[in-house]
Design a protein around this ligand. Structure first.
Ligand SMILES: Cc1cc2nc3c(=O)[nH]c(=O)nc-3n(C[C@H](O)[C@H](O)[C@H](O)COP(=O)(O)O)c2cc1C
Length: 485
């Protein structure tokens, strides 16, 4: 992962933990309305992919146990990981593109409700993403996959030559010469792995995204309701299709890009179709970027404009994230796909403890506040979820008390200790396993390995009956917490 040049080492500083009485009187552990629902507390576990689904997208017992374990800590809400809306193979990521996925998803819902005695609400994040290929062996790409055109022949001085001769010549070229012969997308395909963009209007399936996505999202939303989820989160963030429509880099000239109104058009059309499918009384919100953090990308001003539009359209919550784009991702190893959390924008999304003078804690506060302020200025009360480096009670409470956010999201901190909520609330904050923001979890995510935390994944490995990672070296769940008497 990319790191800021300053390389300043930060330590988490959760500060003083509250007594049970202080926690009981706090905003953080007080209720909040989200659409037709009430969350018992203003605490939230944002979506995190744990790599526990089957190869064909079904829920496993490990998925169920994972969410039940989070629910035992009793956060106000848990958002289940990004779940694909299409009925197409997409590796071991959860899917909701067909009725056959509903029974498994229902087991997650039941497990969360049961483990939290009905207290924790459970939402599901629904996502669409475009195709991305693995970085190829150069010999394979140049020798087989690259489509040879007259442009290559003329650049190589081989006009009239057969394809095999052109490929043979390409295979002899060094990097600088390839730079001169291949175009930008071909170089990307060679060095990073080919990646589709929402602006590839020459491809029929990309051109037609505005026609197909509203129904795909609506079908997924209907299934989520059928499975018993308390609500859904539309994934409009990071490197995926809907965020790419919202991006300032979206120059589509078919009415779905080019201007702020054009970029917003599909996200709003998706939302309206989803709303029609699930009804007015069901919680529907979205996650989107307070700042794309890439050159030429959307800024916080764009995000404020989008936030107002989403709130006005009737979304029940807005969960803010930051960065996480392919555009500045690092080159993957041959045989691997680019991972959108490896460049500077990825750093903004999941900042590491080796940082710059701003540090890894609360990097999205200013931008989130700006988005929230714009929404409030329009007289709209939509709750805004703030996430990023949150790990202390005082920090979270101050943000709520000063009206900078309505709900606080704890992603890596709840992975480090899913009992954070119950411990802090019961006056046992000193028992919290504090996240050190070393991004061990994120590195596992990048390798598509079961996500765990270094704080607990080697503890009591010989405990009978515990489930372990495929290599048998890590436990898949933290040990249960037993409050002292
Ligand atoms: C292992 C892992 C998986 C993640 N998967 C998702 C995801 O599926 N959807 C999403 O919107 N964000 C995802 N995120 C980002 C987090 O929700 C969160 O925005 C980010 O980690 C910053 O918050 P934090 O500092 O509290 O960890 C993931 C983060 C991690 C560490």
């Amino acid at each position: 992962m990319w790191r800021p040049a300053q390389k300043i080492k930060w330590k988490p500083a959760p500060g003083r933990w509250p007594t049970a009485g202080e926690a009981a009187g706090s905003r953080l552990f007080g209720p909040i309305g989200v659409g037709a629902l009430h969350l018992a507390t203003r605490t939230w576990v944002p979506a995190m992919v744990p790599w526990r689904a089957t190869e064909d997208g079904f829920v496993t017992q490990d998925n169920i146990d994972w969410y039940a374990r989070f629910a035992a800590g009793r956060p106000g809400a848990i958002v289940v990981e990004a779940t694909g809306i299409r009925d197409v193979p997409s590796g071991p990521l959860l899917r909701i593109g067909h009725e056959r996925f509903v029974p498994g998803l229902r087991k997650i819902v039941d497990a969360v409700h049961e483990a939290s005695a009905g207290e924790t609400k459970v939402f599901i994040q629904i996502i669409d993403f475009l195709a991305i290929r693995r970085r190829p062996e150069p010999a394979r790409y140049l020798g087989q996959h690259l489509r040879i055109t007259e442009r290559h022949r003329s650049a190589l001085g081989l006009v009239g030559a057969g394809e095999a001769d052109v490929r043979a010549r390409l295979l002899q070229l060094g990097d600088a010469e390839l730079d001169a012969v291949l175009d930008a997308r071909e170089l990307e395909a060679l060095r990073m792995g080919a990646r589709e963009r929402v602006t590839d209007l020459h491809l029929a399936h990309i051109r037609e995204l505005p026609q197909v996505l509203p129904d795909l999202f609506a079908g997924a939303a209907r299934r989520a309701r059928e499975a018993g989820f308390d609500g859904i989160e539309l994934h409009y963030a990071h490197a995926y299709t809907m965020a790419s429509f919202l991006s300032a880099a979206n120059a589509r000239d078919d009415g779905y890009g080019g201007t702020r109104a054009g970029r917003l058009r599909l996200p709003l059309e998706v939302y309206r179709r989803v709303r029609e499918a699930v009804g007015e009384d069901y919680v529907v919100g979205c996650r989107f970027l307070a700042d794309e953090c890439i050159a030429g990308g959307s800024t916080v001003d764009d995000a404020a404009h989008y936030g107002v539009a989403f709130a006005r359209a009737g979304m029940d919550f807005l969960s803010m994230s930051r960065g996480g784009k392919f555009d500045d991702a690092q080159q993957p190893a041959i045989g691997w796909s680019a991972y959108p959390y490896t460049g500077p924008s990825g750093y903004e999304c999941m900042p590491h403890h080796v940082s710059d003078e701003r540090g890894p804690f609360g990097r999205n506060i200013d931008a989130t506040v700006q988005v929230r302020r714009a929404i409030r200025a329009q007289g709209l009360a939509t709750p805004v979820v703030l996430t990023g480096g949150m790990h202390g009670f005082g920090q979270a409470e101050a943000l709520l008390a000063s009206g900078q956010a309505d709900v606080i999201g704890f992603a890596r901190q709840s992975l480090a200790d899913p009992d954070w909520f119950v411990k802090v609330r019961s006056g046992h904050g000193d028992a919290v396993g504090v996240c050190i923001y070393a991004n061990y979890c994120e590195a596992l995510d990048e390798k598509h390995e079961e996500v765990t935390c270094q704080i607990w994944d080697r503890v009591a490995l010989d405990e009978p009956g515990i489930r372990k990672s495929r290599d048998g070296k890590r436990r898949l769940l933290p040990p249960p917490w037993r409050p002292p008497h």
